[in-house]
Design a protein around this ligand. Structure first.
Ligand SMILES: NC(=O)c1ccc[n+]([C@@H]2O[C@H](COP(=O)([O-])OP(=O)(O)OC[C@H]3O[C@@H](n4cnc5c(N)ncnc54)[C@H](O)[C@@H]3O)[C@@H](O)[C@H]2O)c1
Length: 629
């Protein structure tokens, strides 16, 4: 017989502790708010630790709440938005088996029942305490005859549920474990989606991070073939919270760590992690990748990926995704803004005024209309700057080592030197590859027009800043906007130094050209989407480590993802295995990149474990993953 599931409420079905939330609502304007909240917290703790009778603790808490019907309505509304992410993601599946679901809680039916109803659990299967009200709707106590108002009260309640098959308990607290301990249930799942209580986990038959894990174990229908809460995602470096929220909403187990982890800590923590997300602070060297036995993908929530060993990731079949375009607009806006501000000498005037000097004069101040902007590096940023610059009346010329399509009226210049000689404003937007080191140096500055405005918002290594300093002091460069430096402080606590400090009409910014809240949100959305598509569909579009393949969603059957060393004959070997097993292939995609090949095979039916084992044994296999619709 399939089991019935006995669900706890607080920190299980919902992410919060409802009595605490009620206290925050009812005491919001109370003169003794802080004292009462502290006392309620203390009473909860004393009750849980058994130092105060459960019923006394509850009675005292209810008295301190000073709550009424109106407060309960506000709480019910708030709770509706606090459904645990995996419950929310599996609402349809839970409703389909609602006749197997019971709620047994020390909470109160007045706010538990409306939430249970969202999962189609009727009041008759909600076992909870109930409040007593006076005629004005004020809470004056609770039904103390209800067994749930006393310690160990869940045990007789579960015993009283008439069911001959197995009863499984799902909850985060010790009182849930006690049901199993007393023999009233046959399994206890410590529910850790919201809180992980070590003492409770130690007693549990299993620790689960999402309700889909329990559904899968009980052979009840789930939304995904593999419980998503088993896929742990570790997000570091203060990645925008949108990423964590959207991934958790899809049922993944997301952990966000704010503090910086050392490489050794990372090696330890990555062992059970399927996906790791970093911005630029945390480096991911080969040693960390090799320690990630379950690692599928690395999300780099920034543009550059130099700090992640993509070659080591490729060698282990780990997909690395970044966000190459998401902050382009932010960089372009700053470049254009600085060009205007510097042409008008606004920064120099502002500095003078801050120093108490009045400098009213038109000398050296120019409009940007009709001036020539020279863009070096016509990639994502350079080309977008070209479009925006033309819209404010600049004439654009550009130089790029690669063949590029000109936007608008922008004109390609065949030699860097010609661009340097012609431009009134020069903006550098090429990448920091080794051969670009100090590409703009003394000789290049000498070629520029007198009074040129110079911008570098790309990489600190590509410009020789001692040469720029000399050029500013000699008047060759009339103003500069510099956002990137060859060596940058690792955190805001470290001091900053540069030969450019203290120069007139030179704007220095701490590598923030791409750092806007909009860009952070764009990056979070873009990289999360790439990770989701990779996990759910095997799509590698935009990956910097694996060959990139666009793949449509799986319709039926199975999708087999095979990352292998790129040697001749590998596709034939894998196809021969399919043929031997008489498998009907619906579609196949292969892409290779350097040493790595990625073969994706869609098949009409499910395949046997023996077939998969044979593919795994092909010597060139790096990683094999199987997806169901
Ligand atoms: N300051 C910031 O906050 C910030 C934010 C985003 C990007 N960036 C940096 O800006 C730079 C440009 O970013 P992108 O997204 O436009 O990169 P991209 O790769 O799209 O474009 C770079 C372009 O430079 C060209 N190029 C390379 N070497 C060149 C050379 N020697 N001469 C001329 N052209 C050359 C390439 O062919 C390419 O077209 C990168 O270095 C990136 O790291 C900085």
């Amino acid at each position: 017989m399939k089991p019935i599931l006995i669900l706890d409420f607080d920190s299980t079905i919902v992410t919060i502790e409802s009595l605490d939330a009620l206290a925050e609502i009812s005491l919001a304007k109370h003169p003794e708010r802080d004292e009462r909240l502290a006392r309620i917290e203390e009473l909860t703790k004393l009750g849980m630790e058994g130092k105060l009778g459960f019923r006394e603790s509850l009675a005292e808490r209810v008295r301190l709440l000073d709550a009424n019907q109106g407060h309960l309505e506000v709480l019910a509304k708030r709770l509706k938005k606090c459904l645990s992410p995996s419950f929310a993601a599996h609402k349809k599946q839970l409703k389909a088996v609602a006749d197997r679901l019971y709620v047994v809680t020390g909470g109160f039916a007045e706010f538990v029942a409306p939430i249970a109803a969202m999962l189609d659990i009727p009041n008759s299967r909600v076992y909870a305490n109930s409040f007593l009200f006076d005629e004005d709707g004020k809470i004056i106590g609770f039904d103390d005859q209800n067994p749930l108002s006393q310690a160990g009260g869940k045990i007789p309640v579960v015993e009283s549920i008439a069911y001959d098959g197995p009863k499984w308990v799902v909850g985060d607290g010790f009182t849930d474990y006690q049901i199993r301990e007393a023999g009233a249930a046959s399994r206890f799942f410590c529910y850790a989606e919201t809180v992980y209580r070590e003492a409770v986990a130690a007693k549990a038959d299993s620790v689960v991070y999402g309700i889909d894990e329990v559904l899968a174990e009980s052979d009840l229908p789930t939304r995904y073939s593999f419980p998503r809460s088993k896929i742990k995602i570790l997000l570091l470096d203060s990645i925008d919270s949108d990423a964590a929220e959207s991934l958790a909403a899809e049922g993944y187990r997301v952990e966000q760590v704010k503090e910086k982890l050392s490489e050794d800590e990372l090696v330890k923590r990555i062992k059970d992690v399927s996906i790791i997300g970093v911005r630029t602070r945390t480096k991911i060297p080969a040693r960390v990748i090799q320690a990630g036995k379950r690692l599928m993908a690395i999300g780099v929530f920034s543009v550059g990926t130099d700090h992640v060993d993509s070659a080591a990731a490729a060698a282990r079949g780990v997909a690395v995704f970044n966000a190459p375009f998401s902050n382009t607009r932010s960089v372009v806006e700053l470049a254009l803004g600085e060009a205007m501000v510097l042409m008008r000498r606004v920064f120099a005037h502002s500095t003078a005024l801050h120093e108490g000097r009045w400098t009213k004069s038109a000398a050296g101040a120019h409009e940007i209309r009709g001036k020539k902007l020279g863009i070096i590096g016509y990639g994502n940023i350079g080309s977008q700057l070209s479009v925006l610059a033309e819209s404010v009346g600049l004439e654009v010329i550009y130089y790029d080592i690669a063949e590029k399509l000109s936007h608008g009226k922008a004109q390609r210049i065949e030699s860097l030197h010609d661009l340097l000689k012609q431009s009134d404003i020069i903006s550098v937007h090429f990448d920091g590859r080794a051969s670009n080191k100090n590409l703009i140096s003394k000789k290049e500055f000498e070629m520029m027009k007198d009074g040129v405005i110079f911008l570098n918002l790309s990489r600190g290594s590509v410009v020789d800043y001692s040469a720029l300093r000399d050029a500013v002091l000699s008047g060759k460069v009339g103003g500069a906007g510099i956002d990137v430096f060859p060596s940058e402080p690792k955190s805001n606590d470290e001091p900053f130094d540069s030969v450019l400090r203290g120069l007139p009409n030179v704007i220095l910014t701490p590598h923030i050209a791409g750092s806007t809240e909009e860009a952070q949100r764009n990056i979070a959305a873009y990289v999360s989407e790439r990770l989701r598509k990779y996990v759910a569909q095997g799509e590698t579009l935009g990956s910097v480590s694996l060959p990139d393949l666009y793949l449509p969603p799986i319709q039926k059957g199975m999708r087999i993802l095979h990352v292998h060393r790129n040697v001749p004959g590998i596709v034939a070997s894998v196809s021969a295995i399919f043929a031997r097993h008489g498998v009907n292939i619906v579609g196949q995609n292969l892409k290779t990149r350097d040493q790595i090949g990625y073969l994706v095979t869609d098949i009409a039916d499910k395949v046997s474990d023996e077939l998969l084992a044979e593919i795994r044994e092909v010597p060139e296999t790096i990683k094999l993953r199987v997806l169901n619709p």
